[in-house]
Design a protein around this ligand. Sequence first.
Ligand SMILES: C=C(O[C@@H]1C=C(C(=O)O)C=C[C@H]1O)C(=O)O
Length: 95
Amino acid sequence: MTEVRAEIDALDRAIVALLADRLHFIGEAARIKPQRAMVRDEARIEDVIAKVRAAATTSGIEPDFIEPLYRDLVERSIAHELALFDQRHGIKPSR
Ligand SMILES: C=C(O[C@@H]1C=C(C(=O)O)C=C[C@H]1O)C(=O)O
């Protein structure tokens, strides 16, 4: 069990490092998009979900296992992107 948990811990570190890289590019999106209404792009969200579902199948895991994780990740990414957008454009946070 110790070895298995060590493997899981190592993978978690790698996953968190990749999520940090992903979040960096979310920040880039906040910098590039000219309008707040463009932060949330429904078509792109569905494109991301379709691609990760396909990637799950390729990797031999259930797409239904991955989809809710990604929907949560994307929602949190949008919240982060909105906060950065507002900060950059001097929009005060709502109460
Ligand atoms: C980063 C973007 O902004 C949002 C965040 C997304 C994501 O986390 O992948 C996808 C769509 C957008 O609503 C984007 O439009 O690509």
